[in-house]
Design a protein around this ligand. Sequence first.
Ligand code: SF4
Ligand code: SF4
Ligand code: SF4
Ligand code: FES
Length: 947
Amino acid sequence: MTLIRELDTGTPIRVADTTVTLTIDGQSVTVPRGTSIMAAAASMGTQVPKLCATDSLEPFGSCRLCIVQIEGRRGYPASCTTPAEEGLVVHTENSAIAKRRRGVMELYISDHPLNCLTCSANGDCELQDMAGKVGLREVRYGYDGANHLQAPTDESNPYFTFEASKCIACSRCVRACEETQGTFALTMEGRGFASKISAGGTDFMGSECVSCGACVQACPTATLNEKSVIALGTPEHSVVTTCAYCGVGCSFKAEMKGETVVRMVPYKDGKANAGHSCVKGRFAFGYATHKDRKTKPMIRAAITDPWQEVTWEEAIAHAASEFKRIQAQYGRDSVGGITSSRCTNEETFLVQKLIRGAFGNNNVDTCARVCHSPTGYGLSTTLGTSAGTQDFASVDHSDVILVIGANPTDGHPVFASRMKRRLRAGAKLIVADPRRIDLVRSPHIEAQHHLPLLPGTNVALLNAMAHVVVTEGLVAEDYVRERCDLAEFESWARFIALEKNSPEASEALTGVPAAEVRAAARLFATGGNAAIYYGLGVTEHSQGTTTVMAMANLAMATGNIGKLGAGVNPLRGQNNVQGACDMGSFPHELTGYRHISDDAAREMFESFWGVPISADPGLRIPNMLDDAVEGTFKALYIQGEDIAQSDPDTQHVTAGLQAMECIVVQDLFLNETAKYAHVFLPGSSFLEKDGTFTNAERRINRVRKVMSPLGGLADWEATAALSNALGFPMSYSHPGEIMDEIASLTPSFAGVSYAKLDAEGSLQWPCNDAAPLGTPMMHVDRFVRGKGRFMLTEFVPTEERTGALFPLILTTGRILSQYNVGAQTRRTENSRWHEEDVLEIHPFDAESRGVQDGDLVALESRSGDIALRARVSERMQPGVVYTTFHHAKTGANVITTDFSDWATNCPEYKVTAVQVRRTNRPSEWQARFFDEDVSLTRIAAPLDAAE
Ligand code: SF4
Ligand code: SF4
Ligand code: SF4
Ligand code: FES
């Protein structure tokens, strides 16, 4: 195995309708108009020496190393900034060019430490490469004059250093931060000899830097370098795999030494990220080998007993006998399982297969229940498929972007950078969010409209926007006539035109001025290609499904589905939440969203698996917990999911868990749910197995094993072992065989195989005979369901109401550096940015309660109370408070209620009536949490140690 090195063409390859043909070093080459001479040369295999150029950035023309000669022109133009033109005759090498290049390099090297042999970038340094390439043999100037060799090193960032003495002032870092990331944290201060890179006049940690790593990636020297490379040395081989954090699904090269990850480098050919990354995927991989990993299977009779380490065989046999005993005693439907959106498609498929085949029921659900289940229901009802309509690249063609209930710069950072690029290029932005999220105003971006609606009023706001479209004659009539069910459209149009849906009537509900809503609606309908991007701020409501349908209505009415730059696009939370849904994780669906009552689909599985499958939908997670409390549901297999922390109304969840007789938890760590478990099976991280994840674009990406499973088995192997012990045979030698089974049973995956994924890089489903290379955009000529279906979206306020006792609304979300329940990111240096969950509160609400920034406050709802620190912030609107849920000890879900979406039971995390007051101690639940953290996680000394 070797290190993968992608070609760097120096400047971006352009896309153009016309081409030019020129001659470079005697060879004719044809390139799109606008391509630089440097990139044209690279396309025919000639690498012109360069330092300030790299193909992820626009050319800058500062180093003068890339000079060439053009016949008929005077001087030595820089090939990076000179466009290729028809008929040019270019020479990239001759003695005059070589002499000048050596002169340039001599100047650079005369102000550069010559400790190459001990430098962390030795062998991976473009400056070193270029010195060799231009044939530099001596440096005549010496080090006596003024130089930068004593410039200080900035070590403040936990993941990379800035060693200023090695900086050649090429500005690639500054441009990467601007162009690739869009944060504008770096500047080049001073001029000429005095010019130096500055992180806003402070150190990196104190600056606006979000630690995305783009500058580190762009730096041609060791100036910006990963601390892991400094510690471990340069990597030896690399494997392309997929980030295991969010639903963007970035591709990375895991650069390795043996089985040790030295660094994760964003992969340029990754179709979701095109070489960009965020702090999580780029740097926060240390959790995979953290000392907290539990790598031995364990069992115990009661949760108050200490865990006993056992062999895999013993753990699997014990779990299987418990499931059999419980089914014999309480009935076939008394057991179930939960699949993981963190695990691969293949693993998720196997868990639902085990439940349907070995347990013999449909009691399978997934954590998508608590995030995007309304997306599936809402989009399949209106458009015919349970997924987003576009690929990420589509946003490059958007003219208007509506972001609703999503905070992409924190939740989906790499896509946010792409979206920000488009916004800087002139697209207009509408943000509908209770908070003033960063996108509302950031460097070179300002939303045309921020609609700060009250949590729980999405439907009223979208209805009001649609009302403007319908009543002001802005409907795309030809599109609707041709593509949608006309009778349903007309019924919807009559409904939406009712006065109660007008912006003026809705203002009292949403709190958003009617004029602002009207202006935003007009912009959406008339501003060109209009796209909707949304997140959990849409779905996690009692009307989550209605809101998804309202967005589909708005997009159809304005003709914004089925073309580039448009669409309804869920920003998926977890890495494989799309895949978990695709793989039949819901109790009512087989793979590919076929209803369990569909005889033909069920028979296909029955004949392949050789078992009967019940036609009745099974239990959803909340029903499993309710039934456990009632005493009829007794055992649960949970793979890679921590419902005790992530699900709402924690005390109800833990009551349900405590009522069961056997809980099997398969995870990397002893998580909160494991406190209530009887069998613990060591999970495997994404680095330890092969498989696939499916991202928010429906893109199936390969996950490739780079190290052996620390616990000995990959998750799919453990599930297969449990199934075998239950008497339902599963024998696979590689996850590729599981994918073959998925493909043979799932029409939308029929053309997917590991061989094709390896050849193509990735595939967007549907991928079958009709679309052998996948489907970047859905609903192009017609909707998947045939005619687009307008649904009536009556606004029904949540039953969760504010009042005298609970006058504020709590809404929740996540932050860039942490990830969901924090199990991974809390075990990395990312905690330096977010050590604890805090409560954001508007100055007005804080002052009226005598609360100051940093005070400990009690946050109380009808469900429970917790204590956390207050952050007084004008990002909030009066009456609304906000917190994250990354730290188990905070217990944010002790507060949330059990209200849920009418169609899918997705919990209403985003609306909880609360009160806030100062306090000086943790809540009762938090005190108990600390006790249980000790009492329910004890591990007995191994038997051989006791002897
Ligand atoms: S790490 Fe990212 S945000 Fe920070 S300075 Fe570099 S490019 Fe900018
Ligand atoms: S830090 Fe690196 S990328 Fe930035 S100017 Fe210096 S050498 Fe160039
Ligand atoms: S944007 Fe998401 S997928 Fe990409 S690196 Fe960050 S966490 Fe990973
Ligand atoms: S690479 Fe062209 S001027 Fe630096």
